[in-house]
Design a protein around this ligand. Sequence first.
Ligand code: ZN
Ligand code: ZN
Length: 259
Amino acid sequence: MKEKIYTIPVTEAFGQDCECPLCLLHSKLENDYTDYYLGPALMEPDSRIDTNKKGFCRRHFELLYNRQENRLGLALETHTHLNEKLSQIKEISRDIIKATNIRRNSDSVLSSLTGRFGKEKKSASSPHTKLLKLLIDMENSCTICGRLEHTMDRYLDVIMYLWSKEADFRKLFSEKKGFCLVHLRMLIEASQKYLKAAESERFLSQLMEQQIENLDRIEKELDWFTKKFDYRNNDAPWGNSKDALPRSIQKLKGYSDLK
Ligand SMILES: [Zn+2]
Ligand SMILES: [Zn+2]
C-alpha cells in the first residue's frame, strides 16, 4: 500500500461521520504543527531557518499565541523572524532614500515643472518594486501553511491511489457526506494530477453526484434551522438541524474555529 504513513490517517478520517474528512485531516495536522512550533521546532536549526524566513500567517500566529503556551518560545521565533525581515526592509529603504536624495539634488526644478515625479514606471529591479515584493511575500508566507500544503498533497495522492486501486475505499468514499468546497476543489485538482484521464473523468462525475446530493441535504437542514425560529414550529422536532449553521459554514469555507 502506498506510503503507509499517510494511508493510516486517511482511512481513519474517512471512517468518521463528518461534513468533510479532509477538514479532519487538515485540523489534525494544524494542531500537530502548532504543538511542534511551540516546542521541538525551537531546538531544530532547520526549522529555525524556515521560521526566520517565512514567519507565520495571521491565522497561524493567532493559533500559536492563543494556545497560551510557551510565550518565550513564540517570542524568540517572532524576534528572529522580525530581525531578518527588518534588515531586508532597511536595506531596500536605504536605496529608496538614497535614490530620492540624488534626484532631488540634481534635477528637481525641471522634474517638478514637467510633473515627472510619481508618474515614472518602476522597473522590476527598482527598490520600490523590491520593497513591494518583499511586503507581499511577507503577507503570503507562512511556515505552517507551507507544511500543510505539502502534507495535504501527500494525503490527496494517497486518496487518489486508494480510490483507483481499492474497492473497499471507493465504497467508503462514496458513502461520505461530501466535502467542503475548498477540499472539493483540491480533490478535483488532485484527480487531474494523480489519476489517468478516463479515471479522473469517472471520479469527477461520481464526486459531483455525491457532492450535490449532500449540498441539497445541508441546504434543507439549514432551511429547517431558520424555520425553527417561527413560534409555530416550537414543538416540531429539530431533526438534524440543530447544528446546521456551523456545518453549512464548514461546507462552504472549510474547517474553522467556530465557538
Ligand atoms: Zn474540508
Ligand atoms: Zn499559515
